[in-house]
Design a binder for this molecule. Sequence first.
Ligand code: ADP
Ligand code: ADP
Length: 225
Amino acid sequence: MAAIHMKQLVKRYGDTVVIPSLDLEIRDQEFMVFVGPSGCGKSTLLRIVAGLEPIDGGELYIGEECVNDVPPAKRDIAMVFQDYALYPHMSVYDNMAFGLEMRGTARAEIDRRVKRAADLLHIEPYLKRKPGALSGGQRQRVAMGRAMVRNPQVFLFDEPLSNLDAKLRTEVRTEIKALSQELKTTMIFVTHDQVEAMTMADRIVVLNKGVIQQVGTPDQVYREP
Ligand code: ADP
Ligand code: ADP
């Protein structure tokens, strides 16, 4: 079964058509990477899947459900942003726990999930610190932890590594890939970095002006003609 199915998706901003009509199936537990030049619609597509942008035509399925009218909080999805979007006045623990608290999850369950995510991401030593006292790589792990505690079926990553230096980028890349295998979730990862795409993807979608140019494994997409 497809984890995500986009059927003739259309997106406009005012009179500008950003996605003319897009069809794509993403498989359950697949690691899908979107690449393409700046402005081709990668972020827009992620935001559509997250429910942060309305669509102007077509249908979006998550699992078997058409989610066109399902608000973001009711979608079984978590998104990790490039700029982390952490709350600066809250501790790492509270940043990770906050979303669950808002949903009324039981205290013991929140504690269990935060500790498990912190353990997997190697950030237990920082749980009491504020984000401002962490390095970029640590902050990125907290942002991932905050997404993980929701136990989502689908993770969306919008260029999550582009603020990290080269060494950390390689490190976090390996971690995200390992996590995707451990958590058995579906991942959509947006990047403009070909190395990231080649090393992480099960399949790659090449977008240009909101149109899919190519879909395939890294070998199929990047092999010499
Ligand atoms: P990226 O290339 O990383 O997607 P952008 O600079 O294109 O970053 O976009 C940053 C933010 O500004 C996004 O939230 C996007 O939706 C918004 N944005 C981009 N282009 C426009 C535009 N022409 N008008 C209004 N908002 C825009
Ligand atoms: P990418 O992520 O591939 O860089 P985006 O999805 O951010 O591309 O943007 C796709 C196109 O939509 C760009 O032309 C951008 O300027 C435009 N766009 C994005 N967000 C907005 C917005 N909120 N309002 C108007 N135009 C936007």
